[in-house]
Ligand binder design. Structure first.
Ligand SMILES: Nc1ncnc2c1ncn2[C@@H]1O[C@H](COP(=O)(O)OP(=O)(O)OP(=O)(O)O)[C@@H](O)[C@H]1O
Ligand SMILES: [Mg+2]
Length: 318
């Protein structure tokens, strides 16, 4: 039996697809059957990229726009948790991975492709309500990461999609470079929180897209303010300032000022809200959890940003 060299965990059944050997720099190509590709990115970790990516993707999907989300975070995939999905994807007759779907949104993630945790790497307790802890590290060298990325970019059977959202990992490293060299990205959205320390890295993320000739559609300020559920006061926890009840406090320094200096659009604020985090953790993102509540500020924040993105890439916002 021949042993073929695939990144560990890709895919566990059927015949894995093969990639032709290429010489020289890769040629950018369109992802098959996908009309528009938008990357949600920030060089800074933990600023809410995945939360925003999934809520934006769901804003599209719930409006009947054919949407997929590709989790390109090989080392820390979040989409399976956010969409409450697990299990190994099937391979179709062309040996392409068939996306898993929830809430009308198609998804693919390295998280679906990893082998189940072994008992040795799992920490359990006697309490049946406490989830086991899987300590298996995903520690691959660059070549393995590029191979995995190649498969995720070129061997998924999306079917016709109007838009594919890429949830990028933090940084400006291998994954970001592979994506930008391999596929046509129609636009990038940069996420920052209000702190200078996040903004500084977010701006570096902008620089990468500029260098790779990917249009930057604008910047989103996540965790912009905390709206107290008890008294209604808004507090800009990360940039100072408290406003009166019912008034949105203005803070046009930081992210907004950076957008002006970079000549890109400010796409909007997402509030810091415990419900956004809770919804994410239980796998029912806010856009779905609060569907039907037209007055939900959290949900509307995501919808308004999604609408701006749709218009910028020329999709009809239905
Ligand atoms: N607006 C928000 N309000 C409350 N919690 C939030 C908000 N945005 C994100 N979070 C929470 O912050 C944490 C980090 O978010 P998330 O995983 O989306 O960040 P990320 O930028 O994708 O991280 P990474 O760099 O690791 O990929 C999560 O627990 C998420 O639920
Ligand atoms: Mg993430």
């Amino acid at each position: 039996m021949t042993t073929r060299c695939y990144p560990k965990g890709l895919p566990r059944s059927g015949t894995p697809p093969s990639f032709p050997r290429r010489r020289g720099l890769p040629q950018k190509r369109k992802i098959r059957d996908v009309n528009k590709v938008v990357a949600v990115s920030s060089a800074k970790g933990g600023v809410g990229k995945s939360t925003i990516a999934v809520n934006i993707a769901l804003s599209f999907a719930r409006r009947g726009i054919r949407t997929g989300i590709l989790d390109t975070d090989i080392f820390g995939p979040s989409i399976p948790t956010l969409l409450n999905l697990s299990g190994e994807p099937r391979l179709d007759d062309k040996n392409c991975l068939v996306p898993l779907t929830n809430y009308g949104l198609k998804s693919m993630s390295m998280g679906y492709l990893l082998p189940p945790p072994s008992p040795e790497s799992t920490i359990t307790t006697s309490d049946p309500n406490t989830a086991p802890l899987d300590t298996t590290p995903i520690s691959w060298r660059g070549l393995m990461v590029s191979k995995a990325m190649n498969q995720l970019l070129h061997s998924v059977s999306w079917g016709p999609l109007d838009i594919l959202i890429l949830d990028l990992p933090p940084g400006t490293g291998d994954v970001q470079l592979t994506i930008n060299q391999e596929v046509v990205v129609d636009g990038a959205v940069i996420v920052s929180t209000p702190q200078d320390i996040a903004l500084r890295d977010a701006v570096r993320g902008y620089g990468l897209f500029q260098k790779m000739d990917v249009p930057v559609l604008g910047m989103i300020r996540n965790m912009a303010f905390f709206a107290c559920p008890h008294c209604g006061k808004q507090t800009r926890i990360f940039s100072g300032g408290i406003s009166g009840q019912g008034h949105e406090c203005q803070d046009n320094s930081g992210v907004v000022a950076a957008c002006e200096r970079l000549g890109i659009d400010f796409l909007g604020d997402v509030p810091l809200d415990a419900r956004v985090c809770e919804d994410a953790d239980r796998g029912v993102p806010t856009v779905v959890a609060e569907e039907g509540d037209d007055r939900s500020a959290r949900r509307n924040a995501f919808l308004n940003i999604a609408e701006k993105i749709a218009r910028k890439v020329g999709l009809e916002w239905k």
